[in-house]
Ligand binder design. Structure first.
Ligand code: ADP
Length: 288
């Protein structure tokens, strides 16, 4: 018996579609890593350290790094979804200002969005709202919704995150002007492995478990998530979290929180964007 309210009636061993999905999801980044490794080896064998070959090295190493992040994201998602299924997902509540966390995430993701020609804005009716929430899970929720919003929006569009603090709850809206979701798919969009476009030639990568994890993480925090959408006009994901305060506030030290968020963005956005990693380039240049 699972105590988790987000119990899925999904059986891993009997789900051929799941195995097929996962194999394709894992194969693409793995092939990319192997391809880049092969080209790197060829370059090293040539033993010609020209500027061009140095640039090629950086490009191939970047590809290996980015595709490793993609693998990490897929594996993290699988660990999460199985933990949720087995009721092993634990809440780590802290009393903190949820507005500043949302602001920080939007600020960091805005750079990635801009790289895709998309404007990302944040607006709120308050500067501070202290509630008990799970920081890590709330970050994952927002990063997942934002990565979808970017993934399914075209250049020139706008994404808006709105936080409305009410007396007993906080509303978080993620609005995009993307491709939208067909009406008949809206009800099942939070089910694991649900993808609107399942064709092999679909334009976006993905395993269809991100929103199932998002829903579980929201509901674990006693919140609620819903979506409204219109094809070719966009989607609005709406989350409502209770404005509770937990009695025993666990004060956690988050050292270098900004770097922490950037690392999570690199993983969460690895299938839509090559996030540059100057540290790696620097290390590479020193290593030569
Ligand atoms: P995936 O990894 O495939 O993106 P998700 O669970 O995050 O998995 O999303 C499930 C499906 O919902 C996606 O494949 C996509 O078809 C649809 N979807 C999610 N968010 C959006 C959005 N903002 N706009 C349009 N379609 C979306």
């Amino acid at each position: 018996m699972f105590e988790n309210p987000n119990e899925f009636t999904w059986n891993i061993s009997s789900n051929i579609e799941f195995i097929s999905n996962i194999s394709h999801e894992l194969r693409t980044p793995l092939n990319n890593i192997l391809g880049a490794q092969k080209l790197l080896t060829l370059n090293v064998r040539k033993d010609s350290y020209t500027l061009k070959s140095q640039n090629d090295f950086i490009k191939y190493l970047g590809s290996i790094r980015n595709n490793s992040y993609r693998l990490q994201r897929i594996i993290n998602n699988f660990i999460d979804i199985t933990d949720i299924q087995l009721g092993l997902s634990k809440l780590n509540l802290v009393n903190d200002n949820i507005i500043s966390i949302i602001k920080k995430i939007v600020k960091n993701v805005a750079f990635v969005a801009l790289g895709k020609g998309i404007d990302l804005f944040f607006c709120t009716n308050v500067d501070q709202k202290i509630i008990a929430f799970d920081k890590e899970k709330t970050e994952r929720i927002l990063l997942n919704l934002l990565s979808n919003a970017i993934k399914y929006s075209e250049r020139g569009k706008t994404i808006e995150v709105v936080a409305i603090a009410k007396e007993e709850s906080i509303l978080i809206l993620v609005k995009d002007q993307g491709i939208g979701i067909p009406k008949q798919k809206l009800e099942s969009i939070f089910e694991p492995f649900m993808q609107v476009d399942k064709s092999f030639i679909r334009s976006q990568e993905g395993s269809g478990i991100g929103l199932a994890i998002v829903k579980s993480f929201v509901e674990l925090q006693k919140g609620h998530i819903s979506v409204t959408s219109k094809e070719e006009e966009g989607s609005i994901f709406e989350i409502e979290l209770p404005a509770d305060i937990c009695s025993e506030s666990i004060t956690k030290i988050f050292d270098d929180e900004e770097a922490n968020i950037m690392q999570k963005i690199k993983i969460e956005f690895s299938d839509i964007s090559e996030v540059s990693d100057d540290d790696d380039v620097y290390t590479f240049q020193l290593a030569r």
